[in-house]
Design a binder for this molecule. Structure first.
Ligand SMILES: CC(C)(COP(=O)(O)OP(=O)(O)OC[C@H]1O[C@@H](n2cnc3c(N)ncnc32)[C@H](O)[C@@H]1OP(=O)(O)O)[C@@H](O)C(=O)NCCC(=O)NCCS
Length: 179
């Protein structure tokens, strides 16, 4: 990841308190993850078929001398998911769609940008060429975070998502590494 204001290098965040490192810890579907509610995941009625989706999960952790509630210097600040999306029946046609939630008090500090860039790199390293993310057309923080993470805006998926308050258009972003 190129260096930007506030971001020293991949996985490192420079704050007023000093350097904070970000890491992704894989978790199982039954393991607890931090709560990060937002208007963008107020789903209403969940389709039971969604429970069968093959979702990989990670907790986003930051660690430094200055923070610590989950152990020595480690704080869980959010979670991420990755879900296979097939564009054809061949191995190379499988993309991964990622999702993220940051705990409210930790938003807007650069963590979401770093974590999404890290997960894209991790998935590329596993052989996935296309990593994609979709977000509501009104979700400017996520759009900015994806752009900072090196994702490219591709277009609008019209009427793609239904939440408790109705149907919504989503922006589609991608992070492509040809292997
Ligand atoms: C969207 C989200 C994952 C981004 O993570 P983050 O750690 O807050 O992102 P970053 O700090 O790396 O970047 C957020 C950008 O949005 C801007 N921003 C504007 N309003 C903001 C707000 N209310 N909260 C957070 N960031 C905001 C930040 O300033 C920053 O842009 P900048 O660096 O150009 O100034 C996180 O805010 C979040 O969990 N939000 C609620 C859940 C959600 O929307 N998830 C995504 C669903 S697709």
């Amino acid at each position: 990841m190129p260096e930007r204001a506030g971001i020293a290098s991949s996985g490192q965040l420079v704050t007023a308190l000093g350097r904070v490192r970000v890491r992704l810890r894989p978790i199982g579907s039954d393991e607890p993850r931090p709560s990060s509610p937002s208007p963008y995941d107020d789903w209403g009625q969940i389709d039971p078929r969604a429970a069968d989706l093959d979702i990989d999960r990670w907790v986003i952790e930051i660690f430094s001398d200055e923070v610590g509630s989950d152990g020595p210097g480690v704080t869980s600040v959010g979670d991420m998911t990755a879900l296979p999306v097939w564009f054809g029946p061949t191995t190379g046609s499988m993309a991964m769609n990622i999702g993220i939630g940051i705990v409210e008090g930790f938003r807007g500090r650069g963590i979401g940008s770093i974590a999404q860039g890290m997960l894209a790199d991790l998935l590329h390293d596993r052989g996935i060429v296309r990593v994609q993310a979709s977000t509501d057309v009104t979700n400017e923080p996520e759009q900015r975070a994806l752009a900072k993470a090196g994702f490219a805006f591709e277009g609008i998926a019209i009427g793609a998502q239904v939440r408790a308050d109705g149907r919504h258009d989503l922006q589609v972003w991608s992070h492509v590494r040809v292997l």
